[in-house]
Design a protein around this ligand. Structure first.
Ligand code: THU
Length: 126
């Protein structure tokens, strides 16, 4: 997550974020925030990491680490919902780090009662 943070593109907020997500296989996928002059188009590091994992064929995760260097950061609401899409069957440990230490949460604690009204219509392998 720290290494990915070094590649963050955040020229508007100057708030650099890196994330790393681990699949049960042990493989780790990273992401960083990518901003845009149209501010609403900004992509958070956590969702970038999820997209990298999904593109590599991994749809279940055991842990996510996120760091904003010296600043405390926890995943935003949209990222919590996106993470919940891929942790319906098990718990996801969310590690929120700073240069000085880290706090650990379960996603269920960060987003209790996530919206999950519909079942995904594709099978896991599809
Ligand atoms: N950001 C993340 O990448 N992850 C978070 O958990 C919080 C916010 C990004 C979005 C935007 O590029 C910048 O941080 C300031 O909000």
């Amino acid at each position: 997550a720290k290494a990915a943070r070094e590649r963050a593109y955040a020229p508007y907020s100057r708030f650099l974020v890196g994330a790393a997500i681990r699949a049960p296989s042990g493989a780790i996928y990273v992401g960083c925030n990518v901003e845009n002059v149209s501010f609403g188009a900004a992509l958070c590091a956590e969702r970038a990491a999820v997209c990298a994992a999904v593109a590599a064929g991994e749809r279940s995760y055991t842990a996510l680490a996120v760091t904003a260097g010296g600043s405390h950061v926890t995943p935003c609401g949209i990222c919590r919902q996106v993470l919940s899409e891929f942790s319906r069957d098990g718990k996801l440990v969310v590690i929120c780090g700073t240069d000085g230490g880290y706090k650990t949460f379960e996603l269920e604690t960060l987003l209790p009662e996530a919206f999950a009204q519909f079942e995904p219509e594709v099978k896991k392998s599809e």
